[in-house]
Every structure is written in structure tokens, then in C-alpha cells.
Design a protein around this ligand. Structure first.
Ligand code: PRP
Length: 214
């Protein structure tokens, strides 16, 4: 794997995130707990990915007096969930940024070729005016995320961050090559991929574990 600058990769190694990552990897974790943990991990990634949002000073009337306070200024936020598994991160991210506009990109991976197949795209019309957070818990070959990022850029978006719970080196290399302007926020850079394109050690098929489809 190529050495990356912090502009391309942010590893979220907070103890709470790493603890939850250990739980979500566990094959005995139930669907219900898996969903919950996915939301918690998404919140940690979102927290880091929004750390440098522009702020402005305002006055707020407390019950006692006027306080100087800060509020987010600058560009608004957009969130794009990559179907299906990105849905598992969406609610938790919207809890943190409730005013964000939301889009969806449907991409699945052809099981034989591992190539991404695009089947749905519904994005907010004003995405070019927003900082965009793209949600997909698994970055394996990177084909799905790269395709999603291309679709979002075709809409005019110029400020995009990718939030993936687990990333493989091949996926990070693919994003760095195809989208060098996009920073990846992840809780783990795993060892690699097996012959079926699954991340090792990974956490299994996130979509199936979220929705109980296998
Ligand atoms: C999984 C995962 C990513 C993609 C990662 O989706 O959620 O979107 O594969 O693989 P890649 O980096 O090699 O493209 P999947 O194709 O299983 O679809 P699903 O989310 O609908 O289950």
C-alpha cells in the first residue's frame, strides 16, 4: 500500500471506536446489535470528518445573560448513502447533521467480476454548493465507492469525504488514484482481500449482516 498523507486517509483510532469495531467484527454479533454498532461507528467517522467545518461567532441569550457562542457557517452539508450498506450509517449521521440534504447511489458489485454495477442515482440538485459525506461501510476493491464518487462529481460536487468503517489497502489505493482529492475516514485499514473480494479480516458482508439477508 502506498504511504498516504493525512489528506488522503484519516484513521479513527479512538478507543471507543476501536472497541465497537471489535464487537461489529464478531461473527456472533446479532443483526440488531450489528445495526446499532454500525450507527455508532458512523457517528465517530462523521465526528472526525466534520472536525474542520467553518465556524462563526454568535450571541445567544441564555436564561441568565448573553453568551458568545459558535455556530457552523460556510458551506452546507450533503450526505450520500451508497446502497445498500450505506443505509446502515445514514440515520446516525443525520442525527449529527440533521439539516443535511440526502442523496442515494445504488451500486452493487458483480460477484464474478467484482466490477461495480450502477442501478440508482438520486442526488440533491444543489450538491455543488455543499460539503458532501459519502457513506459506505466497506471499501474493498474500491470500485463501488469510486463509481459513486464519480456520479457525485458529475453533479458538480468538489468537496467530498468518504466514510468507510473498514478499508482494504486496494480500496484506498483505488480512491487515491481515481479521486486524489477525496479523504477517506475509516476505523481500520485491514490486511487485504480474499479471492471473492471480501475484506480480511473484515466483518463479513455488511449489507447482509445489516438486513439479515444471508
Ligand atoms: C459491498 C459494500 C460496498 C462494496 C465494496 O456492497 O457495501 O458497497 O461491496 O466493495 P468494492 O470496494 O470492491 O466495490 P455489495 O456489492 O455487497 O452491495 P450491497 O451493499 O447492496 O449488499
Amino acid at each position: 500500500m502506498a504511504i498516504r498523507s493525512s489528506e488522503q486517509l484519516v484513521l479513527v483510532d479512538h478507543p471507543l471506536a476501536q472497541h465497537k469495531l471489535a464487537l461489529i467484527r464478531d461473527r456472533t454479533t446479532t443483526t440488531r446489535d450489528f445495526r446499532w454498532l454500525m450507527g455508532e461507528l458512523a457517528a465517530f467517522l462523521c465526528y472526525e470528518a466534520t472536525r474542520d467545518l467553518e465556524m462563526e461567532q454568535i450571541d445567544v441569550e441564555t436564561p441568565l445573560e448573553t453568551a458568545r457562542a459558535a455556530q457552523i457557517s460556510g458551506k452546507k452539508l450533503g450526505v450520500v448513502a451508497v446502497l445498500r450498506a450505506g443505509l446502515g450509517m445514514l440515520d446516525a449521521v443525520l442525527d449529527l447533521v440533521p439539516v443535511a440534504r440526502v442523496g442515494f447511489v445504488g451500486v452493487y458489485r458483480d460477484e464474478a467480476t467484482l466490477a461495480p454495477v450502477e442501478y440508482y442515482c438520486k442526488l440533491p440538485g444543489d450538491l455543488e454548493e455543499r460539503d458532501v459525506l459519502v457513506l459506505d461501510p466497506m471499501l474493498a476493491t474500491g470500485g463501488s465507492a469510486s463509481a459513486a464518487l464519480r456520479l457525485i462529481k458529475e453533479q458538480g460536487s468538489r468537496s467530498i469525504r468518504l466514510l468507510s468503517v473498514v478499508a482494504a489497502p486496494a480500496g484506498l489505493d483505488r480512491i487515491a488514484a481515481d479521486h486524489p482529492d477525496v479523504t477517506v475516514y475509516t476505523a481500520a485499514v485491514d490486511r487485504g482481500l480474499n479471492e471473492d473480494g471480501f475484506i480480511l479480516p473484515g466483518l463479513g458482508d455488511a449489507g447482509d449482516r445489516l438486513f439479515g439477508t444471508r
